[in-house]
Design a protein. Structure first.
Length: 135
């Protein structure tokens, strides 16, 4: 490609990193959950942007849950991405494995690598209301 690769191309060409979350028992409520992932570019021409999608919403550009800002080609350090999952009913009572795909794009030439160096999903917990004591 003459210019930097695009998210559309990354999706079409299957250029993604994958993490699957499987409910241990019962249903997961992922509404408002926090998903953090760490990426590291492996070379100067490596992808400079990342997008997150899931099998719940679909693996299309329009269904992306997150699209990062592009980093400098000189930046080879670890990048932390923090995403709050949306709250539609599809993310409530999840009983089947959820596949998250992190699409890498913005590479200058084909074949340059990137890495996923961390992945963490934290469910949002309900806030406890203070208990009033009877006098």
């Amino acid at each position: 490609a003459a210019g930097d690769s695009t998210l559309t191309e990354a999706i079409a060409e299957g250029e993604f990193l994958r993490a699957t979350v499987t409910p241990a028992s019962g249903a997961l409520d992922l509404r408002g959950a926090e998903l953090r992932f760490l990426t590291r570019r492996i070379g100067f021409h490596s992808p400079r942007g990342y997008a997150l999608a899931s099998n719940i919403g679909g693996f299309t550009e329009g269904a992306a849950l997150y699209v990062s800002r592009s980093v400098s080609k000189d930046d080879l350090g670890e990048q932390e991405h923090v995403v709050t999952l949306p709250s539609p009913s599809e993310f409530e009572s999840v009983t089947t494995p959820v596949e998250f795909r992190i699409y890498a794009f913005g590479a200058q030439f084909d074949g340059h690598k990137t890495s996923l160096s961390g992945f963490k999903l934290t469910q949002k917990t309900a806030r406890q209301r203070p208990v009033r004591r009877a006098n």
